[in-house]
Design a protein around this ligand. Structure first.
Ligand SMILES: *[C@@H]1O[C@H](CO)[C@@H](O)[C@H](O)[C@H]1NC(C)=O
Ligand SMILES: *[C@@H]1O[C@H](CO)[C@@H](O)[C@H](O)[C@H]1NC(C)=O
Ligand SMILES: *[C@@H]1O[C@H](CO)[C@@H](O)[C@H](O)[C@H]1NC(C)=O
Length: 695
């Protein structure tokens, strides 16, 4: 009882203190926005960039589009010092934020709580968080204080990880930072991880104590404030703050994007910010609270629908089995994506007519079709009986690849099996494969902007495969003929037939060596391992072919010009690398972008896999966030002996009898290159190529 008695007078005295204390007379610095609908109506919040407040009062600073900025500030500056030369008063902020990334594991930059001298920012998006530009970083005239919630690891800013909280003064290189985490309630002070980009509400508290000169940042997944802050930084803010400062929020997206939300905010100078309750704030779009009865009703109706559907399905399966003797094996039931009926696909492709044929490879044909029910255009890959490749081989493609979702990947829509035939249904890509626009006097060519956009798209798709999915996906056959163009000429990576998956953090196991010569990393035959860095090697070859409009190995060219990467390296050393830019561009291109692509092509072609940039770095280079460094080491053509790393091409053939290779071995390639090239450059659906048994 005793502690309570002591507390009571204290509570009374606290509640009798007016919200803004006597030391700062004007303006009243006690903001309270439990949702922003009223604030927006009363003109108490100023938005800029793409920031908006939705009908329920949730502030959305950015949406899931790349390279955006959004700001939201209290319109008038607040008085932080009692005189121009005085000390900064204590202040306290509390707010509820949520970060919803476009792809669950890949954050697209971050959000910051900001106190600044101005609120019109001539700033950059991405890692600059919409607060500063590259030239004014670290400038003491910025008068900028921010607490960042960053979901990307920016190496040049020395970020500790891709999920951290940092205190930034006049710069985006944090003065102090900590991985996002919170202390559990109770006295044992257990530290628990907190994922900023989980898409769920997170409450944050920022408190400055003017007597101790310390900033404390506390976060939690609920409105219960943990006893211990996650970040504590000793600093006297007096030199940084002016007498009057603006307060608000800023957020930005990069090439990858997240929606950044603030659902509520309270702020107080010389006092404690009023408490916010997450449950009483407007809900995030798409996360509406359901009434328990409604939920129950929905649950029951869903259950009954499920029961009816399952009964029908069961009946259908039994009837099918009897009628068709088309046995559904156990593995087929484990497969996620939609199973089409054979009739449906037959109808879609006019009975697999020759006229519908898009392409043909050693193991099957690809037909264009229109699904009868939805009228959606599709490409149907039919894997023929004669194929030596077992159906099992494609099960991985269906079950794992079918769950990948990214706008720069060709989506597998479903599949069907009828006796020995396996049919895979993909989105139809109206504009065929990229190689058709690059090589051998193409009918149509692409201007540089289009090419650069395709390159960036493919990079973003590959980053998703390497880092954005629940497993690491190694594509193993990146090349222009596997890049398909949709009706808006977006580059989309297709043909996952060779893809391998392994868990993040584990080592890829050895597999059969597959890939296409000219794109195959030199260490792959030696180690038998496909890794993210071997994909990077192929991506390097892809970059060079897009910029130069030539194949990685061009047999039409003279012996010195046979290997494109060697040629690019020679010209690069001579300082005339732009001579190699595709003539079909007629000199019309952005020199900085072309140079970046060529240099990246060389960097990715490094003999040593550990020297190659990662996909994440490449995305940032292509995004222009960082300049591509000069290339210092010779890349590998298919001759890495110069660098003492690998095998000459001849060794490589000798040491790998063709039987241990997958289909597209160097031997078959060399024996019948013209045939291979012909098939590579004509088929619009290149999922057929690259491992065809044609050679
Ligand atoms: C918001 O605007 C109203 C009307 O303009 C004003 O009376 C009120 O004090 C403002 N609230 C805050 C927190 O400044
Ligand atoms: C995001 O906002 C920008 C600018 O308001 C708009 O052009 C874009 O279409 C929006 N993107 C999405 C995915 O809503
Ligand atoms: C950077 O921002 C400052 C002020 O915020 C501005 O004066 C300067 O012109 C900007 N620089 C560039 C390159 O945009």
């Amino acid at each position: 009882m005793a502690p309570l008695l002591v507390l009571l007078p204290l509570l009374v005295s606290l509640s009798s203190v007016p919200p803004s204390s006597s030391s700062s007379q004007d303006p009243a610095a006690d903001l309270f926005f439990p949702g922003f609908r009223r604030a927006a109506a009363a003109g108490n919040i100023t938005l800029s960039g793409v920031a908006e407040i939705d009908g329920r009062g949730v502030l959305r600073l950015t949406n899931e589009t790349g390279r955006l900025m959004g700001h939201a500030f209290y319109p008038s500056p607040l008085r932080f010092k009692s005189s121009p030369d005085g000390g900064v008063s204590s202040f306290s902020a509390s707010f509820v934020l949520a970060v919803v990334p476009e792809y669950p594991k890949l954050g697209g930059h971050g959000l910051a709580f900001v106190v600044s001298a101005a609120r019109d920012f001539r700033a950059l998006p991405s890692q600059y968080l919409g607060l500063l530009n590259a030239s004014d970083m670290g400038n003491s005239s910025n008068h900028l204080f921010a607490v960042e919630f960053d979901t990307v690891q920016d190496f040049e800013f020395g970020d500790i990880n891709d999920n951290h909280v940092g205190i930034d003064i006049n710069s985006l290189v944090s003065n102090a930072s900590a991985p996002a985490a919170y202390y559990a309630a109770g006295d044992d002070l257990t530290k628990l991880d907190l994922n900023l980009k989980s898409g769920r509400a997170i409450q944050a508290w920022v408190d400055y104590d003017s007597s101790e000169k310390v900033i404390n940042v506390t976060i939690a997944p609920s409105s219960v404030k943990p006893k211990k802050p996650i970040l504590s930084f000793n600093v006297d803010l007096s030199p940084i703050f002016r007498e009057f400062m603006y307060v608000g929020f800023s957020a930005s997206t990069g090439l990858l994007a997240s929606s950044h939300y603030v659902m509520g905010w309270s702020f107080c100078i010389d006092g404690v910010a009023r408490a916010l309750e997450i449950s009483s704030l407007p809900p995030l779009p798409g996360a509406e609270k359901k009434h328990p009865h409604t939920a129950l009703a929905i649950g029951i109706s869903v259950l009954s629908v499920v029961l009816v559907v399952s009964a029908v399905l069961l009946a259908v399966v039994i009837v099918r089995r009897i009628k068709n003797a088309d046995v559904v094996e156990e593995w087929e039931l484990e497969i996620g994506p939609h199973r089409f009926s054979y009739q449906e696909l037959k109808q879609a492709t006019n009975g697999f007519k020759e006229k519908q044929l898009l392409g043909q490879g050693g193991f099957g044909k690809v037909y264009r079709g229109t699904l009868p029910s939805s009228k959606i255009q599709v490409a149907v890959k039919r894997i023929s009986h004669e194929s030596k490749q077992g159906l099992r081989e494609f099960v991985s493609e269906i079950s794992s690849i079918g769950r990948l979702r990214h706008r720069n990947l060709v989506q597998l829509l479903g599949w069907c099996r009828k006796r020995g035939d396996l049919l895979l249904v993909y989105e139809y890509m109206a504009n065929g494969s990229l190689d058709m626009y690059l090589f051998d006097e193409p009918k149509a060519t692409l201007v540089w902007e289009q090419r650069f956009r395709i390159v960036k798209g493919v990079a973003s798709g590959l980053l998703y495969l390497h880092e954005g999915y629940e497993q690491v996906v190694i594509h193993r056959d990146v090349k222009s003929s596997n890049v398909l163009l949709d009706d808006e000429l977006n580059g989309r990576l297709g043909d996952f037939g060779l893809a391998r998956l392994y868990d993040h953090g584990s080592n890829p196991g050895t597999t059969r060596v597959v890939g296409t010569l000219g794109y195959l990393a030199p260490e792959t035959p030696r180690t038998g391992k496909a890794s993210a860095s071997s994909d990077m090697f192929a991506f390097g070859a892809f970059l060079l072919e897009v910029a130069c409009g030539r194949r990685p190995i061009d047999h039409e060219a003279g012996p010195e010009e046979l290997v494109l990467v060697d040629l690019v390296w020679e010209r690069y050393k001579e300082g005339r690398v732009l001579d190699l830019v595709d003539r079909k561009l007629q000199g019309e291109y952005n020199e900085g972008e072309v140079m970046a692509v060529l240099k990246l092509g060389l960097l990715c072609s490094n003999c040593n896999p550990t020297e190659r940039p990662t996909m994440r770095q490449v995305v940032r280079y292509l995004d222009g966030e960082v300049d591509v460094p000069e290339v210092a080491t010779a890349p590998s053509g298919y001759d890495c002996t110069k660098a003492g790393q690998g095998h000459r091409f001849e060794d490589f053939q000798l040491s790998f009898p063709s039987s241990s290779f997958d289909k597209m071995s160097s031997t078959s390639f060399m024996a019948n290159r013209d045939a291979s090239f012909a098939s590579l450059s004509t088929s619009p659906i290149s999922i057929l190529n690259g491992r065809g048994e044609s050679a």
